[in-house]
Design a protein around this ligand. Structure first.
Ligand SMILES: [Zn+2]
Length: 186
């Protein structure tokens, strides 16, 4: 966005130019979507670098860059909203379908003994990003809470995340293909 020169100059003379930040207004008008990890453009080239595993008509699934466990996924609606009630039936159904598929993919790929699936609404409920709804899917193994902190430094290494990405991405594509062919209806 081009700064408005006259306003900038005038404010500059008054010594308050630091308060005139027109890009902030755009940021506010956009609902803070520009810096939102769930709103970043999901172009073909950006998918792997941004750990976006799959994009459905109304939702996306990605690996958490700061995982609690191996294979920690985040599933979010494509529309930037913090309110569950804002989702249309189509959006909600598509999101739930992707959530179900994410659980199935993790089951096949990582063979966890259990999973935590959840939604944190608001900071006090533990949400790290409060203005864009997202569900967590965390694979669990018996005893993982005991040894996970020890290897936490390993977990967040980008290479490790990309290896997980390369393992999971084909499974999401395959499950989407199976779905479109109606194979999921057993
Ligand atoms: Zn967003």
């Amino acid at each position: 966005m081009r700064p408005r020169g006259d306003r900038q100059q005038r404010d500059g003379k008054e010594g308050v130019h630091v308060l005139w930040a027109p890009w902030r207004m755009q940021y506010i008008e956009e609902g803070n979507t520009r810096d939102c990890i769930f709103c970043s453009p999901a172009t073909q080239e950006a998918l792997r670098s941004q750990l976006i595993l799959y994009v459905s008509p109304h939702a996306r699934v990605m690996l958490n860059k700061y995982p609690y466990n191996n294979g920690h996924l985040l599933i979010a609606p494509r529309r930037h909203t913090a309110r569950l009630a804002d989702l249309s039936a189509d959006e909600y159904n598509d999101l739930m379908e992707l959530l179900r598929r994410a659980v199935a993919v993790l089951d096949v790929a990582l063979r966890p003994q259990g999973m935590n699936v959840g939604l944190n609404l608001g900071t006090c409920a533990g949400a790290g990003i409060t203005d864009h709804l997202h569900w967590h899917v965390v694979p669990r193994w018996t005893g993982d809470t005991n040894f996970m902190p020890v290897i936490s430094a390993v977990k967040v290494m980008p290479q490790h995340l990309l290896e997980s990405y390369d393992q999971l991405r084909p499974l999401f594509l395959a499950s989407a293909e199976a779905r479109s062919e109606g194979l999921h209806r057993k």
